[in-house]
Design a binder for this molecule. Structure first.
Ligand code: HEC
Length: 284
């Protein structure tokens, strides 16, 4: 302990001496440097903004317009069911963490816990590692930790970039297979309900016969007709406002209208309760 203290005192002495012999005062040297550099950076940004604004054509969302891209994107459509929201690439690692940690138990750990712990560690490092050694090979723990961090962030970013989304159109194409496997092909209400289920956004949270649900960890609804004894009307009521049944996570779907809710109800009721009349019914 004493030796380490002496070492640090000696190093501090050397530093003081260095400053006295070769140092330059903050004012005006460093201040001039910083001011000049800030001016250059700001000027470049302002110049880019001018080039963008002046070279692009007004009133077009043509991507080729202007040297630095178009002025504005086309208007957002709040009613879209085909748009898949994705983060910018530098958030892919966080985006993928969300998929690894399953809803609902550990998702807070994955999205808030781990990033916060990592940030606190980063801020604490200068206070934890007080040694003056800077050569990487003499600091094996730090070196291995840094390499592991880079590798895991790289892997998570790659996985996030290539992750397959649960697309409404893709899920919708599965409806005939579901109808056949679950044996509700002869029930037009249930088939219509299955299309709604595939397209309305249910599969962002729920899985059905192996499809959908990757963001939440998949709350499977393939057999809900059997496991949950609500009946067609009961399911419609539940989906219309799940908060009345103590489910504050699932949104209300009242706006689908009673007609569509009953179709969904018929679909849910037919899931896992294979109708004996249907020949295609597996195992019956
Ligand atoms: C934001 C996520 C989310 C979305 C979107 C969502 N749900 Fe749910 N849902 C849940 C959660 C959480 C539960 C409670 C856990 C469970 O039972 O799986 C649940 C439960 C259910 C249940 C279970 C009721 C029971 O008796 O077991 C049904 C049926 C259901 N959802 C149908 C739907 C339908 C239909 C849609 C689309 C119109 C939908 N959900 C959209 C999260 C969601």
């Amino acid at each position: 302990m004493n030796r380490r203290l002496e070492e640090r005192r000696a190093a501090h002495q050397r530093y003081k001496q260095d400053v006295a012999e070769r140092g330059k005062p903050f004012y005006p040297y460093a201040m001039f440097h910083d001011t000049l550099m800030s001016l250059i950076v700001v000027s470049v940004i302002v110049a880019l903004a001018f080039i963008w604004k002046l070279t692009a054509d007004e009133g077009t969302s043509d991507a080729d317009s202007g040297w630095l891209g178009k002025l504005y994107d086309s208007k957002a459509d709040p009613g879209t069911t085909t748009f898949v929201p994705r983060p910018d690439w530098y958030f892919y690692f966080l985006f993928y963490l969300l998929r690894i940690f399953k809803w609902p138990n550990s998702v807070i750990l994955g999205t808030v816990g781990i990033p916060t712990i990592a940030l606190i560690l980063l801020l604490a490092f200068p206070f934890i590692d007080l040694r003056r050694e800077r050569r990487p090979l003499r600091r094996p723990v730090a070196l291995v930790a840094a390499i592991l961090t880079v590798i895991s962030m790289g892997a998570l970013t790659y996985k996030g970039a290539t992750a397959k989304e649960s697309l409404g159109i893709e899920n919708d194409a599965l409806v005939p297979t579901w109808a056949q496997k679950q044996g509700f092909a002869d029930n037009p209400q249930a088939v219509a309900g299955a299309h709604i289920f595939a397209k309305a956004g249910c599969m962002g949270c729920h899985t059905y016969l192996g499809a959908g649900g990757s963001n939440s960890g998949g709350l499977d609804k393939s057999t809900v007709g059997k496991t949950s004894n609500r009946g067609v009307q009961g399911f419609a009521t539940y989906v219309s406002d799940p908060s009345k049944f103590g489910n504050s996570v699932m949104p209300k779907w009242k706006d689908l209208g009673q007609d569509n809710l009953l179709k969904l109800g018929a679909f849910l009721e037919s899931s896992g309760t294979c109708h004996p009349r249907t020949a295609a019914c597996p195992g019956k």
